[in-house]
Ligand binder design. Structure first.
Ligand code: RFL
Ligand code: PHB
Length: 388
């Protein structure tokens, strides 16, 4: 097999990259180790930044999102049950879109098929070779047969547990990371969300987030121990805790739980994001805790920069964009890292925190909810910094 770009991973990064390359007239092959059904049912992100929703529309993947997605021009910060609305429209004139990541993935796969571009699911034993040469290769097995993709570049869009990042020699790589002493227990429930916008709720019992997929489908998260066993959380305990952390300001209706799971919280950045002809994008290079809702949006930003760099390479024979790829991506990534860390540390109860830390968090939250300047700073980052 031969393509200009071999793309490993059919998540938001790999699929968006394939579409951008197609629009630029650059050929690609996508390989994915999971099944098509699996990636359509993997419930993850739900919040799309202003510019990223515009990007989906501009590349032709926004039709269903325009019908089924919900625009949010604000959100709510709860402080022990007191809700304060952040009015993004008044503060920064922008919104976010609530639309599930797996729906984005379905729309992008449909577009890939309409483009006639190859996408192979359920591949195994993926490895990358000769990435410092001009003819890198991807080897894998598909339907029991050994296959090779000869390409000019390899896009490592294979997520945090993929094989691309570990293929870069350890001595060339620097890792920056932080683990948090808690996780999020997330559920999807057939119940109307307690408010038409999101509620980020700080409480003495721990953090909770009330988000949604539609006005009849809630996505609800509770801060829990980092090594929590889901077996300790029967449905009624989850509902009781969700009621308590919402306080009295809104009513939460219970409904059938369709899914529940625990997500660890981690901040992680790998540097560089380029090694020879191997370029990393999205979760394969960086992870943010979900508090700031930045992961999928960062994956889209990386591949916009990658597609620009590859277009300049193939059309203008310029390697500038490739050489600057790491720096271009990481300046945005570090902004998102800082924001996600800040949101995480003001909103959660830390097991080793002191009374001083608690008062400091409350002061931070009071400043945020009473100062226009502080609210504007949050809004600007939450809706997403514009792409350069
Ligand atoms: P993905 O989505 O992990 O896709 C990587 C793909 O590569 C495949 N793969 C391989 N394929 C071939 N060969 C191999 N050896 C392979 N190894 C892996 C995988 O099967 C997969 O299909 O990475 P990508 O594309 O970089 O996208 C990143 C996003 O998925 C992620 O950042 C977000 O989900 C994070 N996130 C959120 N992001 C937002 O922007 N807004 C949110 O509201 C938001 N909420 C969340 C989140 C993540 C969460 N969890 C579960 C981690 C909420 C949660 C709870
Ligand atoms: C979600 O809808 O799943 C979601 C929204 C905002 C976040 C995290 C997750 O900060």
């Amino acid at each position: 097999m031969r393509a200009q770009v071999g793309i490993i991973g059919a998540g938001p990064a790999g699929l968006m990259l394939a579409r951008l390359l197609h629009l630029a007239g650059i050929s690609s092959i996508i390989i994915e180790n999971r099944s098509e059904e699996y990636i359509y049912n993997r419930i993850r992100a739900g919040l799309i930044e202003h510019w990223a929703a515009d990007l989906l529309t501009d590349v032709g993947a926004g039709e269903r999102m325009a019908r089924e997605g919900v625009l949010h021009w604000g959100n709510n910060v709860g402080i022990n049950g007191d809700l304060h609305r952040m009015d993004f429209k008044a503060l920064v004139g922008k919104r976010v879109t609530i639309y599930g990541q797996q729906e984005v993935v379905k729309d992008l796969v449909a577009l890939r098929r309409a483009d006639g571009g190859p996408i192979l699911f359920e591949v195994d034993d993926v490895s990358v070779h000769d990435v410092t040469s001009q003819r890198p290769q991807i080897r894998f097995t598909h339907q029991g047969k050994a296959e090779t993709i000869d390409c000019d570049f390899i896009a490592g869009c294979d997520g945090f547990h993929g094989i691309c990042r570990p293929s870069i020699p350890a001595e060339r790589m620097r890792v920056f990371d932080r683990d948090y002493p808690f996780g999020w227990l997330g559920i999807l429930a057939e119940s109307p969300p307690p408010d038409h916008e999101l509620i980020y709720s700080y409480t003495d019992r721990g953090f909770a987030l009330y988000t949604m997929r539609s006005m009849s489908l809630s996505r609800l998260y509770l801060q829990c121990d980092h090594d929590e066993d889901i077996a300790n959380w029967p449905d009624d305990r989850i509902w009781e805790e969700l009621h308590r952390r919402l306080g009295g300001a809104r009513k939460l209706q219970e409904g059938k739980m369709l899914q529940k799971g625990i997500t660890p919280m981690r901040s992680f950045v790998a540097e560089p994001m380029q090694y020879g002809r191997l370029l990393l994008a999205g979760d394969s290079a960086h992870i943010v805790p979900p508090t700031g809702a930045k992961g999928m949006n960062l994956a889209f930003a990386d591949v916009v920069y990658m597609a620009r760099a590859l277009e300049a390479f193939f059309k203008k024979h310029s390697s500038d964009g490739i050489e600057k790829y790491t720096d271009t991506c990481l300046s945005r990534v570090w902004q998102a890292q800082r924001f996600s860390w800040w949101m995480t540390q003001i909103m959660h109860v830390f097991p080793d925190e002191t009374a001083f830390d608690r008062r400091r968090q409350l002061a931070d939250l009071a400043y945020l909810t009473h100062s226009q300047t502080a609210a504007k700073s949050l809004a600007e980052q939450y809706v997403g910094l514009p792409l350069d």
